[in-house]
Design a protein around this ligand. Sequence first.
Ligand SMILES: Cc1cc2nc3c(=O)[nH]c(=O)nc-3n(C[C@H](O)[C@H](O)[C@H](O)COP(=O)(O)O)c2cc1C
Length: 144
Amino acid sequence: MRILIAYLSYSGNTEEVAELLERRFQQEGISVDMYEIGFGIVPNVRDYDCLCLGTFTWDYGRTPDEVKDFVAEVGYKPDNVAIFGTGDTQFGGDAIYCQAVDKLARFYHSKWPGLKIEQSPRGHQERYVNEWIEGVLEDVTVFA
Ligand SMILES: Cc1cc2nc3c(=O)[nH]c(=O)nc-3n(C[C@H](O)[C@H](O)[C@H](O)COP(=O)(O)O)c2cc1C
């Protein structure tokens, strides 16, 4: 199985989540490629069994433009897209907390609820990351 983790991170929180995911998937013997959105050539998503797409939320619930550009570049809706992201409830409360995660999960008709982490995933939230990974691994459909 091959997984692509594509993420955007300005201040490092979403990157930390991406790195936790990478480590856990690798522990399961899964081949993982990391792609930091905006850096280098966009990988061919068709080469992977699952795309984990990570984003922070910005500007009153918005999805960053770089992530929208990535989505446009991918150009189609793969079957297995799992969304994760970070946010901060101080920016407007629950209504817009990690809203980019919800929007992308809806857009891709994701099988999995989006993983939402408040700022850094270190500490008690690491549990949410691990539970989310279990869910993804249970349900990834492999068309190999
Ligand atoms: C100007 C600004 C606007 C933000 N707006 C939101 C928001 O609408 N919703 C949210 O959940 N978080 C919001 N945040 C919090 C970031 O999404 C959060 O800090 C995130 O972890 C940053 O990710 P990164 O460290 O990967 O860059 C905002 C942060 C900044 C600086």
